[in-house]
Design a protein around this ligand. Sequence first.
Ligand code: PXP
Length: 256
Amino acid sequence: MAERPLSDRPSPARLRLGVNIDHVATIRNARGGDHPDPVRAAEIVAAVGGDGITAHLREDRRHIRDSDLARIQSATGLPLNLEMAATDEMLAIALAHAPHAACIVPEKREERTTEGGLDAAGQHNRLAPIVSRLTDAGIRVSLFIEAEERQIEAALRLGAPVVEFHTGEYAHAHLDGDRERTARELKRLTDMAALAAKNGIEPHAGHGLTYENVTPVAAIPQLAELNIGHYLIGEAVFVGLENAVRRMRELMDEAR
Ligand code: PXP
Protein backbone atom coordinates (compact mmCIF):
# COMPACT_ATOMS: atom_id res chain seq x y z
CA MET A 1 0.00 0.00 0.00
CA ALA A 2 1.30 3.48 -0.85
CA GLU A 3 1.80 6.11 1.86
CA ARG A 4 -1.40 8.01 2.62
CA PRO A 5 -1.55 11.36 0.76
CA LEU A 6 -1.31 14.46 2.95
CA SER A 7 -4.88 15.54 2.12
CA ASP A 8 -6.26 12.32 3.69
CA ARG A 9 -4.47 12.83 6.97
CA PRO A 10 -6.18 14.19 10.09
CA SER A 11 -6.24 17.97 10.57
CA PRO A 12 -3.08 19.50 12.10
CA ALA A 13 -5.07 20.66 15.15
CA ARG A 14 -5.00 17.06 16.39
CA LEU A 15 -1.74 16.16 18.10
CA ARG A 16 -0.33 13.33 16.03
CA LEU A 17 1.30 10.29 17.58
CA GLY A 18 4.26 8.78 15.78
CA VAL A 19 5.30 5.46 17.26
CA ASN A 20 8.98 4.61 17.18
CA ILE A 21 9.27 0.87 16.60
CA ASP A 22 13.07 0.60 16.87
CA HIS A 23 13.02 -1.44 20.03
CA VAL A 24 10.88 -4.19 18.53
CA ALA A 25 13.87 -4.63 16.24
CA THR A 26 16.21 -4.48 19.25
CA ILE A 27 14.47 -7.54 20.70
CA ARG A 28 14.47 -9.29 17.32
CA ASN A 29 18.17 -8.66 16.84
CA ALA A 30 18.99 -10.06 20.27
CA ARG A 31 18.49 -13.50 18.72
CA GLY A 32 19.42 -12.65 15.16
CA GLY A 33 16.23 -14.00 13.57
CA ASP A 34 13.00 -12.45 12.30
CA HIS A 35 10.91 -12.36 15.47
CA PRO A 36 9.45 -10.07 16.71
CA ASP A 37 9.00 -8.29 13.39
CA PRO A 38 8.84 -4.47 13.58
CA VAL A 39 6.52 -4.57 10.56
CA ARG A 40 3.94 -6.42 12.63
CA ALA A 41 4.26 -3.67 15.25
CA ALA A 42 3.72 -1.04 12.54
CA GLU A 43 0.55 -2.85 11.43
CA ILE A 44 -0.76 -2.81 15.00
CA VAL A 45 0.05 0.90 15.35
CA ALA A 46 -1.90 1.57 12.14
CA ALA A 47 -4.84 -0.54 13.31
CA VAL A 48 -5.22 1.38 16.57
CA GLY A 49 -5.03 4.85 15.03
CA GLY A 50 -1.35 5.78 15.29
CA ASP A 51 -0.55 8.60 12.88
CA GLY A 52 2.89 7.55 11.78
CA ILE A 53 5.76 5.15 12.17
CA THR A 54 9.16 6.41 13.24
CA ALA A 55 12.30 4.36 12.70
CA HIS A 56 15.95 5.20 13.23
CA LEU A 57 18.38 3.48 10.90
CA ARG A 58 21.56 3.81 12.92
CA GLU A 59 25.03 3.60 11.46
CA ASP A 60 25.67 0.36 13.40
CA ARG A 61 22.22 -1.09 12.50
CA ARG A 62 21.69 -2.05 16.12
CA HIS A 63 17.90 -2.15 15.66
CA ILE A 64 16.23 -1.22 12.36
CA ARG A 65 17.86 -2.79 9.27
CA ASP A 66 17.90 -1.43 5.74
CA SER A 67 15.53 -4.17 4.60
CA ASP A 68 12.95 -3.15 7.24
CA LEU A 69 12.38 0.27 5.68
CA ALA A 70 10.62 -0.75 2.47
CA ARG A 71 8.63 -3.40 4.33
CA ILE A 72 7.43 -0.81 6.88
CA GLN A 73 6.53 1.61 4.08
CA SER A 74 4.51 -0.92 2.13
CA ALA A 75 2.84 -2.63 5.09
CA THR A 76 0.70 0.07 6.63
CA GLY A 77 0.14 3.14 4.48
CA LEU A 78 1.12 5.27 7.47
CA PRO A 79 3.71 8.00 6.86
CA LEU A 80 7.24 6.90 7.68
CA ASN A 81 9.42 9.30 9.63
CA LEU A 82 13.00 8.15 9.06
CA GLU A 83 15.41 9.27 11.75
CA MET A 84 18.86 9.59 10.27
CA ALA A 85 22.30 10.96 10.96
CA ALA A 86 23.59 13.69 8.65
CA THR A 87 25.85 11.40 6.64
CA ASP A 88 26.19 10.73 2.92
CA GLU A 89 25.27 7.08 3.48
CA MET A 90 22.00 7.95 5.22
CA LEU A 91 21.19 10.65 2.69
CA ALA A 92 21.48 8.10 -0.14
CA ILE A 93 19.23 5.66 1.75
CA ALA A 94 16.63 8.36 2.46
CA LEU A 95 16.60 9.44 -1.19
CA ALA A 96 16.20 5.83 -2.31
CA HIS A 97 13.26 5.17 0.05
CA ALA A 98 11.60 8.61 -0.10
CA PRO A 99 9.90 8.44 3.31
CA HIS A 100 7.24 11.02 4.14
CA ALA A 101 9.64 12.71 6.57
CA ALA A 102 13.28 12.57 7.57
CA CYS A 103 14.30 13.68 11.03
CA ILE A 104 17.99 14.52 11.19
CA VAL A 105 19.44 13.44 14.52
CA PRO A 106 22.92 13.61 16.04
CA GLU A 107 24.46 10.17 16.31
CA LYS A 108 27.39 8.92 18.30
CA ARG A 109 28.44 5.30 18.03
CA GLU A 110 29.04 4.88 21.75
CA GLU A 111 25.75 6.37 22.96
CA ARG A 112 22.90 4.17 24.19
CA THR A 113 20.27 6.43 22.64
CA THR A 114 20.15 9.88 21.06
CA GLU A 115 21.40 11.77 24.06
CA GLY A 116 21.03 15.38 23.00
CA GLY A 117 19.79 17.61 20.23
CA LEU A 118 21.46 18.28 16.91
CA ASP A 119 23.71 21.35 16.87
CA ALA A 120 21.99 22.86 13.85
CA ALA A 121 23.57 26.23 14.65
CA GLY A 122 27.14 24.86 14.69
CA GLN A 123 26.75 22.52 11.72
CA HIS A 124 25.07 24.73 9.15
CA ASN A 125 27.49 23.93 6.34
CA ARG A 126 27.26 20.17 6.89
CA LEU A 127 23.46 20.22 7.15
CA ALA A 128 22.55 22.69 4.38
CA PRO A 129 23.17 20.39 1.38
CA ILE A 130 21.49 17.45 3.13
CA VAL A 131 18.39 19.49 3.99
CA SER A 132 18.12 20.79 0.44
CA ARG A 133 18.64 17.37 -1.23
CA LEU A 134 15.92 15.86 0.99
CA THR A 135 13.59 18.81 0.42
CA ASP A 136 14.12 18.68 -3.34
CA ALA A 137 13.12 15.02 -3.22
CA GLY A 138 9.82 15.96 -1.55
CA ILE A 139 10.83 14.63 1.88
CA ARG A 140 9.67 16.73 4.83
CA VAL A 141 12.77 17.57 6.84
CA SER A 142 12.76 17.78 10.59
CA LEU A 143 15.71 18.68 12.83
CA PHE A 144 15.93 17.03 16.25
CA ILE A 145 17.13 19.99 18.33
CA GLU A 146 17.19 21.26 21.88
CA ALA A 147 14.39 23.74 22.54
CA GLU A 148 16.67 26.76 22.20
CA GLU A 149 16.27 30.00 20.31
CA ARG A 150 19.59 29.70 18.49
CA GLN A 151 18.71 26.24 17.23
CA ILE A 152 15.32 27.43 15.95
CA GLU A 153 17.07 30.34 14.20
CA ALA A 154 19.46 27.82 12.64
CA ALA A 155 16.51 25.66 11.49
CA LEU A 156 15.01 28.76 9.89
CA ARG A 157 18.27 29.55 8.08
CA LEU A 158 18.41 25.95 6.86
CA GLY A 159 14.81 26.12 5.60
CA ALA A 160 13.64 23.13 7.65
CA PRO A 161 9.82 23.08 7.84
CA VAL A 162 9.79 21.06 11.08
CA VAL A 163 11.79 20.87 14.30
CA GLU A 164 11.46 18.13 16.89
CA PHE A 165 12.37 19.21 20.41
CA HIS A 166 14.42 16.74 22.44
CA THR A 167 12.41 16.20 25.63
CA GLY A 168 15.15 14.20 27.38
CA GLU A 169 16.03 16.92 29.92
CA TYR A 170 12.36 17.35 30.79
CA ALA A 171 11.92 13.57 31.16
CA HIS A 172 15.01 13.28 33.39
CA ALA A 173 13.88 16.15 35.62
CA HIS A 174 10.46 14.52 35.95
CA LEU A 175 11.99 11.15 36.77
CA ASP A 176 14.20 12.75 39.43
CA GLY A 177 11.09 14.26 41.02
CA ASP A 178 12.67 17.71 40.68
CA ARG A 179 9.62 19.92 40.30
CA GLU A 180 11.50 23.15 39.77
CA ARG A 181 13.66 21.72 36.99
CA THR A 182 10.65 19.99 35.43
CA ALA A 183 8.73 23.28 35.37
CA ARG A 184 11.74 25.09 33.90
CA GLU A 185 12.16 22.48 31.16
CA LEU A 186 8.44 22.57 30.40
CA LYS A 187 8.49 26.37 30.11
CA ARG A 188 11.42 26.12 27.72
CA LEU A 189 9.51 23.64 25.54
CA THR A 190 6.36 25.80 25.70
CA ASP A 191 8.15 29.04 24.81
CA MET A 192 10.18 27.49 22.02
CA ALA A 193 7.13 25.75 20.50
CA ALA A 194 5.46 29.16 20.33
CA LEU A 195 8.58 30.72 18.81
CA ALA A 196 8.91 28.01 16.18
CA ALA A 197 5.24 28.24 15.22
CA LYS A 198 5.44 32.04 15.04
CA ASN A 199 8.26 31.63 12.53
CA GLY A 200 6.31 29.15 10.41
CA ILE A 201 8.12 26.03 11.64
CA GLU A 202 6.00 23.10 12.81
CA PRO A 203 7.20 21.95 16.23
CA HIS A 204 7.21 18.29 17.27
CA ALA A 205 8.61 16.71 20.44
CA GLY A 206 9.94 13.40 21.63
CA HIS A 207 12.32 11.35 23.74
CA GLY A 208 11.68 9.77 27.11
CA LEU A 209 7.93 10.45 27.08
CA THR A 210 5.80 8.16 29.27
CA TYR A 211 2.23 7.95 30.60
CA GLU A 212 3.48 9.82 33.67
CA ASN A 213 5.10 12.79 31.95
CA VAL A 214 3.30 13.17 28.61
CA THR A 215 0.31 15.28 29.68
CA PRO A 216 1.95 18.72 30.13
CA VAL A 217 3.91 18.27 26.89
CA ALA A 218 0.81 17.20 24.96
CA ALA A 219 -0.96 20.29 26.29
CA ILE A 220 1.48 22.66 24.54
CA PRO A 221 -0.89 24.00 21.88
CA GLN A 222 1.59 24.54 19.02
CA LEU A 223 2.99 21.00 19.10
CA ALA A 224 1.73 19.03 16.12
CA GLU A 225 3.32 15.63 16.78
CA LEU A 226 4.90 13.52 19.49
CA ASN A 227 7.24 10.65 18.66
CA ILE A 228 7.33 7.99 21.34
CA GLY A 229 9.13 4.67 21.33
CA HIS A 230 10.96 3.02 24.19
CA TYR A 231 8.24 3.40 26.82
CA LEU A 232 5.46 2.16 24.52
CA ILE A 233 7.41 -0.92 23.46
CA GLY A 234 8.26 -1.59 27.11
CA GLU A 235 4.62 -1.27 28.14
CA ALA A 236 3.62 -3.51 25.25
CA VAL A 237 5.40 -6.38 27.01
CA PHE A 238 2.84 -6.13 29.80
CA VAL A 239 -0.37 -4.92 28.15
CA GLY A 240 0.14 -5.46 24.42
CA LEU A 241 1.06 -2.81 21.87
CA GLU A 242 -2.59 -2.08 21.02
CA ASN A 243 -3.39 -1.15 24.60
CA ALA A 244 -0.18 0.79 25.13
CA VAL A 245 -0.76 2.96 22.03
CA ARG A 246 -4.45 3.42 22.89
CA ARG A 247 -3.61 4.58 26.43
CA MET A 248 -1.00 7.05 25.18
CA ARG A 249 -3.51 8.34 22.62
CA GLU A 250 -6.12 8.84 25.36
CA LEU A 251 -3.69 10.79 27.54
CA MET A 252 -2.71 13.00 24.59
CA ASP A 253 -6.35 13.68 23.73
CA GLU A 254 -7.24 14.44 27.35
CA ALA A 255 -4.38 16.96 27.52
CA ARG A 256 -5.83 19.09 24.70
N1 PXP B 1 12.31 11.30 18.47
C1 PXP B 1 13.60 11.16 18.11
C2 PXP B 1 14.15 12.11 17.09
C3 PXP B 1 14.40 10.12 18.62
O1 PXP B 1 15.68 9.99 18.24
C4 PXP B 1 13.82 9.21 19.53
C5 PXP B 1 14.64 8.09 20.08
O2 PXP B 1 15.06 7.27 19.08
C6 PXP B 1 12.46 9.38 19.88
C7 PXP B 1 11.76 10.45 19.35
C8 PXP B 1 11.76 8.44 20.78
O3 PXP B 1 12.34 8.45 22.05
P1 PXP B 1 11.91 7.35 23.09
O4 PXP B 1 12.29 6.04 22.53
O5 PXP B 1 12.67 7.71 24.33
O6 PXP B 1 10.41 7.47 23.28
